[in-house]
Every structure is written in structure tokens, then in C-alpha cells.
Design a protein around this ligand. Sequence first.
Ligand code: CAA
Length: 284
Amino acid sequence: MDAKKVAVIGGGTMGNGIAHVFAMSGIPVNLIETKQEFADRALSTIEKNLDRMVKKEKIDEAKRSETLDSISIFLDVKEGVKDVDLVVEAVPENFEIKKSVWSQVDEAAPDHAILGSNTSSISITKLAALTDRPEKFIGMHFFNPVPVMKLVEIVRGLETNDETYDVVEETAKKLNKAPVPVNDAPGFVSNRVLMPMINEAIFCVGEGVATPENVDEVMKLGMAHPMGPLRLADFIGLDVCLDILNVLYDGFKDPKYRPAPLLVKMVDAGKLGNKTGEGFYKYD
Ligand code: CAA
């Protein structure tokens, strides 16, 4: 089976990036949002990112128009998934929201359709169990900014079958991404390795070992990271980092994953990083 048409549910930071890369690879996308204003915002972000690529001469004007023309907006989940081969869900990391979305998808998507979640922290096996086709359920974990980052972590749930894995791996290659298979476990591989580093960087700031700027300089200049861990935490969202650390902490029952008190305090204060204008740094 080939994924000839896809639905992307959610047009936020990850969802609009995912829709962008599918459409740019010539795969038509039904982009599903809850309100027209959210859909408009997603489309204008995609346009802005395509304009940036035209300016850098990575794509031409014709490719830009073709990409935008391949995206259709839907405000109803069932309508948007009824004629697709693959669904990629990128709604907020809240189990109740995902539960409601997946029950609608399972009811309306064609029987052959593969169901993929871009979750960064919720168990793929647990999400798969919300549907009547856990063997067709898989994690398709993209990285921000999606048009730039090569990795797609492909997460196999307990019942994901080989055919589902193969189709999703092939699809990721068509997007010009590098698929890496991992099995379902808290934080998968990416966040199990990344989040303890970010957390430790926050402990360093909280304990007065160094300023955020200096922690970031150490990791950028000493370890060649493109962004320091605190700038990256702001970019990901401090609330998202806290949620993922809690998933690791609860999942492994190991104190090494306990969230840094300063992280908890910043989330309580509403300083969530780029999206609220302030985190470890201030943003316009
Ligand atoms: N769309 C298209 N192109 C984009 C883009 C976007 N949204 N954002 C950046 N770019 C392109 C730029 O045009 C530029 O292209 P060239 O190399 O051809 O010039 C390139 O990406 C680099 O961008 P900039 O020059 O503007 O800035 P930069 O060099 O500082 O790079 C960055 C920006 C790519 C974000 C880089 O800092 C980086 O790689 N940071 C780390 C990002 C990271 O770790 N992401 C993973 C987060 S974890 C996650 O997403 C998953 C999770 O579960 C939490």
C-alpha cells in the first residue's frame, strides 16, 4: 500500500510543518483544524516557510504554488479522514483530546488507512488501544522545525504490524526524511535522551552554577549543539518539556527524571518560552 493521500489533524507548530512536508513531496493533504481562524493561521505559517525556501532558492515559485494547492482545509475530523490512506494526528498532548479525535478517526477513516500519531510523550500502545485497528497504529514523531529536521522517529506499539511499519518507513523516505525505528517506551529514544539534558541544564541555572546564556554557550561551543539546551527548551515550550519529564518520571519510577523545581516554577508562572514571549530568554 502507498500513502497517496493523507490527513493531518492539527495545524499547530508540528501539524503545519507536517502538512508542509507532505504537500511539498506531492502527497495531497487534508489539513484538519477545529476553527477557520486556526486553519488560516496554519496556512499563513506554511506560506511564510515556503517563501523563506523560495528566497533561499531551495524551491521555485511553481513548487510553492503546487504545495499550497495540495492542501485542503477541513473543519470536521470525519469529513477530513474519509478518503485518505494515512492519518497523522498532531493535536495537543492531552490524552482526553487525543481520545476524542481517535474515536472519530477510527469510525470514519477507510479500513485500509494507517493511523499515525506525532505524540512526543504518550504511549503508542495506549493510543492504539483506543481504536479497533491497533495493528495499523504507529508513532510518526517529527521534529521542529519539521521542514528542516531530517529525523522521523517511527515508534512501534505492542501490536503494530510489519506492513504498517514498512508503509510508514517508505512514506518518511518520500518526504526526504530519515526514518529511525524504535519500540514504544516512555519518551521513545529522542526525549528519553534529550529531556534529561535540558532538565540538568535547568538544575544548573536553579543552583546558580551558571546563567542561561553561559550554560547555552558551553553546549554550543563545546559540544557543537546548534542551540543551547535552554534556548531549545524555550523553543519546544517549557510546559511541553515538563509534561515529557513527568511521563519519564511516572513511566520509569526513577528519580533521575524528576523535573527541576525551577522548570515547575516557570511553568506555574506562565513563562513557557517562545510562545508566551518569555522563558529563559525574552522574545518579541
Ligand atoms: N521552515 C523552512 N526552513 C526553515 C525553517 C522553517 N520553519 N526554520 C529554519 N529554516 C531553515 C533556514 O531557512 C535555514 O536554511 P539555510 O541553511 O539554507 O540557510 C536553516 O533552516 C537554518 O535556519 P536559520 O539560519 O534561520 O537559523 P539557525 O541556523 O539558527 O537554525 C534551527 C535554526 C534549524 C532551528 C537550528 O537552530 C536547530 O537545528 N536547532 C535545534 C532544533 C531542534 O533540536 N529541534 C528538535 C526539538 S525536539 C522536537 O521537536 C520533538 C519533541 O518531541 C520535543
